[in-house]
Ligand binder design. Structure first.
Ligand SMILES: NC(=O)c1ccc[n+]([C@@H]2O[C@H](COP(=O)([O-])OP(=O)(O)OC[C@H]3O[C@@H](n4cnc5c(N)ncnc54)[C@H](O)[C@@H]3O)[C@@H](O)[C@H]2O)c1
Length: 358
């Protein structure tokens, strides 16, 4: 199969398959790193580290290499974990010319990238995403971050890896529920990109059919946007499609016995924001129904009671992305044509919830 390579900002390549490890090995040789840290969580250490080691073993034998793993889960993407790893790096004598290799899902690439961006004012790092969400979204675009006081990604930096390695073999052990988190971002990317990508995706029947080509196409969309607007001043906001409502649902249900994964909430958000797009941007009703049907075929419906909707709408007003406590929506005019900064009244949001639940 053809091996593909995408360039972000002309300097940070995203590499696929076998070629990717060759480039990683070349990078390690060329830069003569003094030390390497392979950073993972205990699950990716168990399921993914053996494959990585087999690909870079002969090279890292020549360099002092450490493994460090933390417990998995968003709850560990915090300052305490950062401190433990900064201290580990100091103890082991890591210097400016050391390398961190992040091996994991978005939790590890966000946290490891943040640690790399701050240790000695910034050392090199490499992302090897092992979850679908990590591959198509979290490891791409140069955002690193940790959570503080229950606010996601409130502390962080824009800092890019030397290279990103995409190897879909890691997905063999990924739990199916985690696939869904990636799928909602793939759906979003296809709707932003245009009819071609959406038509190819909408025929997907089984999540295991998500192959390297779908992943490549999805990454390409994100890279195209991030390259043009790295600091989210304008078009990078397109990537928030589905997230205004999705994020509010996720936050509302957090800590209850009905907690949902981020990707599940975003999928519901995509249906509702497509519906709002019909009301406010004349988005084709047939397309809205098509999107709803596709998402409902892959995701369980989230039950939201009528009396819960006002609370969820309130959460939207407090979203950290708002400038003035007024939620701003990203909506679709047509598949591939996006509008940002749309104000939506409460009545229409309630109708969107009704449409989703019907
Ligand atoms: N920086 C960005 O632009 C950006 C964008 C989107 C999301 N994010 C962040 O990404 C994070 C979510 O990422 P995620 O969904 O990958 O979650 P995650 O990293 O928590 O991984 C989910 C679970 O899957 C496990 N896992 C990962 N790869 C595996 C594999 N190959 N085999 C078996 N188990 C595996 C992990 O151990 C974990 O238990 C959030 O913190 C979010 O804020 C960042």
């Amino acid at each position: 199969m053809e091996r593909k390579k995408i360039l972000v900002n002309k300097t940070n390549p995203i590499l696929f398959g076998h070629n990717a490890y060759e480039q990683l090995n070349d990078l390690i040789i060329q830069k003569s790193y003094s030390k390497i840290l392979i950073f993972s969580d205990y699950e990716t250490r168990k399921y993914c580290l053996p494959l990585l080691k087999s690909k870079i073993e002969s090279i890292i034998e020549l360099t002092e290499t450490h493994n460090y793993s933390i417990d998995s889960g968003e709850i560990n993407k915090n300052l305490e974990s950062s401190k433990i790893i900064w201290e580990f790096l100091i103890e082991k004598g890591f210097k400016r010319n050391s390398l961190i290799i992040n091996l994991g899902g978005g939790m590890i690439t966000d946290l490891g990238g943040f640690i790399a961006s701050t240790f000695m004012r910034g050392i090199d790092f490499v992302n090897i995403p092992t979850s679908l969400l990590g591959m198509v979204d979290a490891s791409i675009g140069g955002k690193t971050g940790i959570d503080l006081k229950n606010i996601k990604n409130i502390i962080g930096s824009f800092y890019s890896p030397e290279i990103t390695v995409i190897d879909t073999h890691y997905l063999d052990t990924l739990p199916i529920q985690q696939f869904k988190c990636g799928l909602s971002e793939i759906i979003k990317h296809s709707l932003i990109e245009g009819e071609n990508d959406w038509s190819r995706l909408k025929v997907l029947k089984n999540l295991k059919e998500l192959n390297e080509d779908v992943i490549y196409t999805s990454i390409k969309t994100k890279v195209g946007i991030v390259d043009r607007d790295p600091k989210e001043k304008n078009i990078r906001k397109f990537l928030n499609f589905g997230h205004t409502i999705g994020h509010a649902i996720e936050s509302y249900l957090l800590g209850t016995d009905r907690e949902v994964l981020h990707g599940e909430a975003v999928a519901a958000g995509i249906i509702m924001e497509s519906f709002l797009s019909k009301i406010l941007c004349n988005f084709d009703k047939k397309k809205v129904d098509e999107i709803k049907k596709f998402i409902n075929s892959h995701f369980d419906k989230i039950i939201i009671r009528d009396e819960e909707i006002p609370e969820i709408i309130k959460i939207m007003s407090f979203d950290k992305k708002n400038q003035d406590n007024i939620p701003r929506f990203v909506l679709i005019k047509e598949i591939g044509t996006i509008e940002i900064g749309k104000k939506v009244n409460e009545k229409d949001i309630v109708s969107a919830f009704e449409f989703y639940s019907s």
